[in-house]
Design a protein around this ligand. Sequence first.
Ligand code: GTP
Ligand code: MG
Length: 353
Amino acid sequence: MFVTHLPKLHSPIFIPPLSLSLHLFFSPIPKPYITFSLLSTPKTNPISHFSSTPTLPSLPTGPTSLLQNPSVSEETHIEVPIEKLFVPPDTDAPSSNSPLSTRILKGSNIVLSKYASGAQVVQAEFVKSSVRTEDCPSDGIPEFALVGRSNVGKSSLLNSLVRRKKLALTSKKPGKTQCINHFRINDSWYLVDLPGYGYAAAPKDLRTDWHEFTKDYFLNRSTLVSVFLLIDASIPAKPIDLEYASWLGQNQIPMTLIFTKCDKRKKKRNGGKRPEENVQDFQELIQMQIYTFLSLDFRREEKNAFGMERDLHSRWLHKCEISFRNISDRVKVKTEADYLTTKEGPVWSRSWR
Ligand SMILES: Nc1nc2c(ncn2[C@@H]2O[C@H](COP(=O)(O)OP(=O)(O)OP(=O)(O)O)[C@@H](O)[C@H]2O)c(=O)[nH]1
Ligand SMILES: [Mg+2]
């Protein structure tokens, strides 16, 4: 996997080994993060700049490690071009002059932000399935929800994030996930797998029901920090995805766009465009909508259009392109964050504003 950007740098950087990671960082309060590590054998051939491993935080001590894979702990080295590092917003970019001042997540191309401490998923467990928001877990810990069209790869992404093949059930057929499924991570936050929208191999009345209860969940779940909106990059932008993103934006629900299936080859019947082109098209289409909300928020002096205090409102549009076929494949991730913040720093959750 690789992760790019922010800002663009042009020299290669050496980072330590073997697995690749998608790292999504969020607010300083309550400082949740996701680490995604899979085995890989990158084919890049850059020049090594570092003679020693960047300092990393120690891992949190979780009850059981779910990540024990002997090959993950091998001390082989991967070299990743500096421009392919993912530099989270508000984080100093590494430079070849002062490489060791930057912390890089071990085995990844992720530069650790100041909010990341022990960035590693060490425990993941299924907690419960609910069909009403009020039936969801009530322990008050923050959560991140996966949403997107049926079959886009939500459950697969969850499994990859926690490195378990079957923690969440997946299927080639759309419509597999039918409830709000809570998975507790590191005993301190939730990943939530939601039913997809759009086509599903289920009766139409049932689909409408999913639509309603997921929307109710977004609007009323006070511990929801951010939504991951997954978009299939192997096909041209779908109006339903743009509408969904708009709906989330209009309802002030922080979102991260994640493009899946970037590994799929272009197919004539799908418009004949490469995934990168579809991603770019999608971004162009969506940016106008999202920036409309952003500019609405930031034009106001004291209150934004939705009545929230300006300084306490911020947004982060964060794009990830991700591709993998199964958990042992090499994962490629490109991310790009377009980041807006306030003098108080980024604030994510409605409940923490
Ligand atoms: N090629 C490719 N296939 C993927 C990727 N992600 C998921 N898949 C496949 O897509 C199919 C659907 O994956 P799921 O994870 O079940 O999709 P979902 O979004 O949870 O679907 P629903 O639960 O029906 O809403 C499975 O066959 C996955 O193996 C990807 O990045 N690349
Ligand atoms: Mg699913």
